[in-house]
Design a binder for this molecule. Structure first.
Ligand code: ZN
Length: 163
């Protein structure tokens, strides 16, 4: 019996992500594969579902619709911030994700869409909201998650969280 992708497994992947136009949006390389903890919402639901039950060496090609990807863009007012409101040392560039504490203490993700001097405009929509995600992935390693990883809800290691 060999291991397959399921709850509490750490999965190592090679992956390529393209949009409808065939443009490569994200790609892992030999030195830096993607590690994720299955069942912990580390990756988009559509890809996680497609990987369940797969084994090392399996390849998956899938088109994930927005409903199982990054959702549909919502009409929301852009958020305006000052550079001084952000943690020091954080890269302030377009596409950078910001995790802010919301009113009800929930974590809110914002993506920087514009930087003008010390004025920053951010949006609550993921940059890939509304897009079909064309994934080509290969499972290259599988192991059981450690207790720490299960508690933290993410994979540790060279290309996981470094702490
Ligand atoms: Zn951790």
């Amino acid at each position: 019996m060999s291991a397959t992708v399921g709850e509490n497994m750490v999965v190592t992947l090679h992956h390529t992500l393209k949009n409808d136009g065939g443009e490569v949006l994200d790609e892992s390389n030999e030195e830096q594969p993607l590690l994720y903890l299955h069942g912990a919402n580390n990756i988009v639901p559509g890809l996680e579902e497609a990987l369940a039950g797969k084994a090392v060496g399996d390849k998956v090609e899938i088109i994930v619709p927005p409903e199982k990807g990054y959702g549909m863009p919502q009409k929301m007012k852009p958020v305006r911030l000052r550079r001084s409101e952000l943690p020091e040392g954080m890269p302030v560039v377009r596409g950078q994700v910001l995790m802010m504490r919301g009113k009800d203490d929930r974590t809110v993700h914002l993506w920087i869409t514009k930087v003008q001097g010390s004025d920053i405009v951010a949006d609550m929509n993921h940059p890939l909201a509304g897009e079909n995600l064309h994934f080509a992935v290969e499972v290259i390693d599988l192991r059981a998650a450690s207790e720490d990883e299960m508690t933290h809800g993410h994979a540790h290691g060279p290309n996981g969280h470094g702490h």
